[in-house]
Ligand binder design. Structure first.
Ligand code: IMP
Length: 189
């Protein structure tokens, strides 16, 4: 049995692969970078579900997609669903500038994973609470990892990838997916 993770992001794939290995998922995880039109919506779940349906229309195989964003309290949730564009344009430095005089630096990452086999469409989410560092720290990971400090810790995700892989938003969402898949595979065998 094979399951496709549609993503252009190799870092995300590696993170998800580790979780599949940790949970001994019997299906082989394959990465496919399919060109899919992304809708604009204020809901990560809606974006993720439309993406999964579009990907299935191209591949006709069981697959999942994942969408994530960084939500900063002092910026009323910005960049949120616009995280990808904001990362490409102003990046970590731009967000740090926006938060220059801000005392409340709390933020959270959210990930939504959507699985489909053409019949079932199921979404799983995960959240990691934390705060935005004063400056970029660390070289590991990707995206906003150098400025995100998970709650209860001092290091950024980019300074401690092991920590990220233990408690990230993606870890939580994919753990939920894995629980679902274990039952799903029993039924389709
Ligand atoms: P995507 O559209 O789900 O790929 O994610 C939107 C943007 O959020 C990405 O371009 C990254 O900049 C950022 N992002 C998503 N997940 C993470 C993460 O785990 N760490 C750091 N940044 C992330």
């Amino acid at each position: 049995m094979k399951i496709i993770f549609c993503t252009g992001n190799k870092n995300k794939f590696e993170e998800v692969k580790k979780i599949f290995e940790e949970y001994n998922v019997s299906a082989k995880l394959v990465r496919k970078n399919v060109k899919i039109c992304e809708i604009q919506s204020e809901s990560l779940k809606e974006i993720s579900r439309v993406k999964a349906i579009s990907a299935f229309e191209k591949l006709h195989k069981p697959l999942f997609v994942e969408d994530a964003g960084l939500f900063i309290k002092a910026l009323n949730g910005f960049p949120g669903v616009y995280s990808s564009y904001v990362f490409k344009t102003i990046g970590c430095k731009g967000l740090l500038t926006l938060l220059q005089n801000e005392k409340d630096r709390s933020a959270y990452f959210k990930a939504v994973v959507t699985f489909t086999d053409g019949k079932i469409l199921k979404s799983f989410s995960g959240i990691c609470k934390g705060s935005i560092a004063k400056k970029e720290r660390g070289n590991a990971g990707f995206g906003f990892d150098p400025i995100f400090i998970p709650a209860g810790y001092k290091q950024t995700f980019a300074e401690n990838l092991e920590l990220k892989n233990k408690l990230s938003h993606r870890k939580m969402a994919v753990e939920r997916l894995v629980k679902f898949l274990k039952n799903y595979f029993k039924q389709v065998k």
